[in-house]
Design a protein around this ligand. Structure first.
Ligand code: ADP
Ligand code: MG
Length: 696
């Protein structure tokens, strides 16, 4: 596509635009903020705001919005026009530094988990200078953090930025130990692969379940699902190709490096992956990508479903969060090195991840907990709810060799190193592709595969950054005193540490099939945690260990963790609630009337034929439909009772998981059987077959 170079980033107030449009000193001040976290002064902000406004107006924008990421998991925006009255009946387009840096949206309706007193309706938005402003739909969007009057984070961006600072501090300590004085910063880099479904808009409109909850709550299996494996990487159909092309262009305009696109395993399922970038920008970009996926779909008469499980019986959608650590000088710290020295550093960072994941399995589990993702984890299409790390056979063998050197601990240092001098640089190409691991080392990055497609990637990255920062902190604390003595002491201690960490945490390393039942049993033997229901996982956020961890690294305060725990549970219950009431509405308003109508037709026919023709088919159908109808009535009556029972229940999580969800399953099973018995022209909903195979 030769348009790409021209349109790429054309709607972004990025570094090159700033360099061209800002006075030198202001540009330099901005750059310092960007690279060294030095706060920007208001006079510089004023100049930037004005330049930003001029640029935006030239591009046709009339409004600006502070764009933020509240705890709903999606983004929020409040639009203001640039217009300022001049006092003599005329108006000017103006945008001040103060308005750029700081906003006060009325935020009383965003989830705060009790953080913001109801009388304090204001939230504050603060410009994230490190993420570029951009224009979308005629609006200048300014990425911002969102907090309460007392400074508590009400969003996902603030703790993400703080977690990036935390890992920067600790990773630099490690680099200095290895004599690296050139790097000034270490940044987590993230590339999220996003899966999604496309369905026809007109069909979707006929399904209240898709409209309200983003997934089908009923639907008998189609004659053809994904069993032929003919969709995965199959040729892209024209209507989908046109959609993908426009989506890519729109993303390029916003400076998003959309790179690969392909069909996924399920029919109507697709994937888009960008080129990786800094974690906070990747998070902004992923939110924008999800938004844009929906908007562009609408223009093509399609609906983009980001739900984790839109269709039972075919694969759902996930989001693979690829994560690595890079220095500002361009080195990837998870890249095996060329020399023993570099290899040792690589192994230390690798061990930091292994230790972090083992020690904080429960926190990682929370980051992928949601009502939607419960359908995927452990269902043989995504990893189970058991955390483990895949390193590949080659790396595992190297680690074993290192570990078994233990008896030589007192020998010469160079002997200790021999196990790793052979660390091959071509690991990247030889690591086999274990698709079942929740966290796979894939040559020079870790791929976290448990996340659901609809989630923000902020959560997992906040946790990964913070837990790895903590492991690195402990390593640095242990190694610094030895480095102060001599290189040899440092090296000896380093290998000792690596071997110890390996011994203590190797239970988390698993290179086999994570989907197998054997692994569930084996993981239990290893003492790994396995929390199948999301509702059982949220509490990990407020354990003493987590509170201490997040406080130590200044990422989240105790009150913020409590609020997040509450919000997670609230979001879970709300999602199920919507589904439950949608089911009831569909049954009473659409499905039961249709089933009755079909029975009426059968009865009329039966009566007309009686005594003259054979009526065994009509009778058989009527008998079966009547029996199922009675079952449905019983289940629905029980369900109404169950829904009443949730009010005021002391443990909503348990009630939703233990009572409401199983009752929904029962309703569905009966209804899906009824669907297979009811003539198609009476059935009020587009079928699975139609939804999954209609976009051509
Ligand atoms: P797959 O997992 O399907 O084989 P790729 O190897 O193409 O996919 O990479 C998937 C994602 O990983 C892409 O978004 C890519 O930009 C990202 N990625 C590649 N290298 C890194 C890295 N060093 N750090 C973070 N993300 C990375
Ligand atoms: Mg992948």
């Amino acid at each position: 596509m030769n348009k790409m170079p021209e349109i790429f980033g054309s709607m972004v107030f990025n570094e090159s635009v700033m360099q061209a449009r800002l006075p030198k000193d202001v540009y330099k001040a901005w750059k310092k903020t960007m690279t060294q976290n030095i706060p920007l002064q208001l006079d510089a902000a004023n100049v930037i705001a004005n330049a930003m406004k001029d640029w935006a107006v030239e591009k046709g924008a009339t409004h600006f919005t502070h764009w933020f990421q509240p705890m709903t998991g999606i983004t929020a925006e409040k639009h203001d026009s640039f217009i300022v009255p001049t006092g003599d009946g005329r108006a000017l387009m103006e945008f001040s530094g103060a308005a750029l840096v700081h906003g006060e949206p009325d935020a009383s309706s965003f989830p705060s988990g009790g953080l913001r007193a109801t009388f304090e309706a204001r939230g504050y938005t603060v410009w994230d200078v490190t993420s570029y402003a951009f224009i979308k739909d005629g609006n200048l969007f300014i990425p911002t953090a969102f907090c309460s009057y007392s400074g508590e984070a009400l969003d996902k961006k603030t703790p993400l930025l703080k977690s990036m600072q935390a890992i920067n501090i600790q990773a630099l300590r490690i680099l200095r130990l290895f004599g690296n004085t050139g790097a000034n910063a270490v940044l987590p880099m993230v590339g999220p692969e996003q899966e999604y479904f496309l369905v026809d808009k007109k069909m979707c409109a006929k399904r209240p379940d898709l409209v309200y909850s983003g997934r089908t709550l009923f639907g008998a299996r189609p004659p053809k699902g994904q069993e032929m494996d003919d969709h995965y990487y199959g040729s892209i159909k024209p209507r989908v190709a046109a959609y993908m092309e426009e989506l890519e262009e729109e993303l390029w305009k916003l400076g998003i490096f959309a790179k690969t696109k392909h069909n996924e395993a399920a029919p109507a399922q697709h994937e888009l992956a960008p080129i990786f970038c800094k974690a906070n920008i990747a998070t902004d970009h992923n939110q924008l990508t999800m938004d844009m996926m929906k908007n562009v779909a609408d223009r093509h008469g399609l609906v983009c479903l980001l739900h984790e499980k839109p269709f039972a019986g075919v694969n759902g959608s996930g989001k693979h969060n690829n994560w690595s650590l890079a220095t500002d000088t361009g080195a990837n710290l998870l890249e095996p090195g060329e020399t023993p020295h570099e290899n040792a550093q690589f192994l230390l960072f690798l061990m930091a991840v292994v230790k972090a994941v083992d020690e904080y399995q429960d926190l990682l589990r929370v980051t992928c907990a949601s009502a939607g993702n419960d359908h995927r984890l452990g269902a043989n299409e995504a990893p189970p709810a058991i955390m483990s790390v895949f390193l590949g056979d080659e790396l595992a063998e190297i680690l074993e060799a290192i570990e078994s050197k233990e008896q030589y601990e007192n020998k010469e240092h160079h002997e200790l190193e021999t196990g790793v001098t052979v660390l091959p640089h071509f690991l990247k190409d030889t690591t086999d592709r274990n698709r079942t691991s929740p966290l796979a080392f894939t040559g020079n990055k870790f791929e976290f595969r448990m996340l659901g497609s609809a989630s923000s990637i902020a959560g997992p990255n906040i946790v990964i950054n913070t837990i790895v920062a903590e492991a690195l902190r402990q390593f640095a604390d242990e190694l610094e005193p030895f480095a102060a003595i001599s290189d040899a002491d440092f090296t000896a201690r380093l290998w000792k540490l690596i071997r110890r960490v390996l011994r203590e945490h190797k239970r988390i390393i698993f290179n086999g099939d994570n989907y197998s039942d054997d692994w569930v049993a084996e993981a239990a033997r290893r003492g790994l945690s396995n929390i199948p229901d999301s509702t059982g996982s949220f509490g990990a956020l407020i354990s003493e260990k987590s509170i201490e961890l997040f406080a130590r690294h200044n990422v989240l305060r105790e009150s913020e963790l409590h609020s997040r725990c509450d919000i997670h549970l609230e979001n879970f219950c709300k999602a199920i609630n919507v589904e439950a009431y949608t089911m009831v509405e569909m049954l009473k308003g659409l499905i039961i009337p249709a089933v009755l109508e079909y029975q009426q037709t059968l009865i009329t026919l039966l009566n007309a034929k009686k005594g003259e023709f054979d009526t065994s088919l009509e009778t058989h159908l009527l008998e079966n439909i009547s029996r199922l109808s009675a079952e449905l009535l019983t289940a629905l009556t029980a369900f109404d009772e169950i829904l009443i029972g949730k009010n005021g229940h002391p443990n909503p999580g348990e009630y939703y998981s233990g009572k409401i969800i199983p009752a929904m399953q029962t309703l569905r099973e009966i209804t899906d059987k009824l669907e297979t018995l009811t003539a198609k022209k009476y059935w009020p909903l587009p079928t699975y077959g139609e939804l999954l195979h209609s976009v051509v």
